[in-house]
Design a protein around this ligand. Sequence first.
Ligand SMILES: Cc1cc2nc3c(=O)[nH]c(=O)nc-3n(C[C@H](O)[C@H](O)[C@H](O)COP(=O)(O)OP(=O)(O)OC[C@H]3O[C@@H](n4cnc5c(N)ncnc54)[C@H](O)[C@@H]3O)c2cc1C
Length: 388
Amino acid sequence: MSTHFDLCVVGGGILGAGIAQAAAINGLSTIIVEKRGWGSGNSSKSGKLIGPGLEYMAPLSLLQARERLVEREILSSIAPDLVDGDWFYVPIYSHSQQKPWRVALQLTLRDCLSAGTNLPWHRRIPEGQWRDLIGLNQHNLRAVFALRDAQSDDAQLTKEVLRSAKQHGAMALCPVSFDGAQPTDDGYRVRVTKGSRSRAFDCRFLVNAGGAWGDQVKQTIGALGQLPRSELIKSTYIEFREPLSDRRFCVDGPDDGPRIAIVPWRGGTLVGGAERAFSGSPDRVETSMADVDYLTNALRYHFPHFRHAPSDAWSGLKTKPLTRSAANAWERRLLILENARYLGVYGAQFGSYRAVAEKAVVAIMRILNSGPEQVSDRSYISSASVSV
Ligand SMILES: Cc1cc2nc3c(=O)[nH]c(=O)nc-3n(C[C@H](O)[C@H](O)[C@H](O)COP(=O)(O)OP(=O)(O)OC[C@H]3O[C@@H](n4cnc5c(N)ncnc54)[C@H](O)[C@@H]3O)c2cc1C
């Protein structure tokens, strides 16, 4: 094995895989290490949605909403077998927190942000067609909207992106744990362990894509100083063996909580997510009965006939993007320490993995080649042109 790399990526979730892929395509000698299994962290526990939900229509999130709409289009073309586009139905009741006019406005804004893509505009479903949404509670129903989104198997996508990174020359080690790194004159000396065997190698740049474990990873890296901590949100999903509908829904969360997705999944039904702030070890995320009940109640309100019990429930952790002051840059999902040759990823969604990886690798190449003139848009090879 080579003992000197341009780039070492810690964490084999979708962000780590995406960064390793973009780096390898652009000729950086890259190593990626994952301690459990490729995509076994939160990249196998997501809600599988690629496009932006309605929560993204807040003014501050518009750029990210645009990014996700464009990414949805790119992913559909580079991974057509892994991206499944369809209509999502949004029922609005007389007691819903958001009134129909407001939802219509948000969806029109979303349509405008998708300019230049092939995404069809949203539709308002005429009342005469509501009965086609079989099983949906129609009592006090005021409006139903349909928007186009897409689902993907997150774990499978991670594995395919990783496979592409390897094809382009990245070295991928799993199960191998990153144990720490010490600064050298030209980057870092990295220590990793496989079972009881340790080994060391050098890299010129270090990426922390440890997701919810990112704080633990950075504590093992010498000379980074005080960095912002990740804020964690626990999100819970429940699964049913029984199919509810072949349509996808995005319904009100109880108590004005975030919207809940109800989608077909592996022959059954997936419902989520219930969100709460989380503190503690990311290895100890437990699903509470309160969260399962919360989701089951939301499902039963909207589909009263569906009385099955969940067959499975899981919780994962989302990390939040940095605050503006902590990020000291326009991109709040990347913390780049140029002098320390370190980049940390915060709060990037899997639907945006490719765009975030691209930004990370352009920044890394500029730092390693010392000077923005060295990486022109023409010399950078975009992962949007590479099938996964
Ligand atoms: C319940 C839930 C629903 C979500 N729904 C959506 C959605 O619908 N759409 C969407 O776009 N996003 C969604 N997200 C967000 C998305 O899933 C995550 O943001 C994304 O998967 C994070 O990827 P990651 O690569 O940063 O982290 P992870 O996938 O968690 O990867 C981090 C990896 O680092 C590894 N690691 C940690 N420490 C070490 C070490 N010392 N050495 C080696 N490896 C290490 C871990 O084993 C892990 O595999 C959801 C998240 C959750 C939890």
